[in-house]
Design a protein around this ligand. Structure first.
Ligand code: FES
Length: 105
């Protein structure tokens, strides 16, 4: 695996998520929380919801469908009905671009 460019840092909203289509693999959701960048899979593990549309609260992303949540830092499922972790990826911002350690197509 190598660091893959995900988006420009300026594209990430300060108070919400950004859904990014990735060629050949499922979309990811990008967030800023407490000054750090987080990249997770966008599709909730509980249902057909985009986590990029969720809210951030106490380092958790809250799914917009059933209000389950995941820890942004680890991907762990925190609040029911979510029970399966979401994949999370290491990030690095360089020269205004956010990279994540995800498998490209
Ligand atoms: S679809 Fe995300 S909590 Fe149900």
């Amino acid at each position: 695996m190598s660091m893959t460019a995900v988006c420009k840092v300026v594209e990430i909203p300060p108070d919400g998520g950004l859904r990014v289509e990735m060629p050949g693999r499922p979309a990811v959701a990008v967030f800023i929380a407490d000054g750090a960048f987080y990249v997770i899979d966008d599709l909730c593990t509980h249902g057909d919801a985009s986590l990029a549309d969720g809210m951030i609260e106490d380092m958790e992303v809250i799914c917009p469908y059933h209000m389950g949540s995941f820890d942004l830092r680890t991907g762990a499922a925190v609040k029911a009905p979510c029970s399966i972790p979401i994949k999370s990826y290491a990030t690095e911002a360089r020269d205004g671009v956010l990279y994540a350690l995800i498998q490209p197509a």
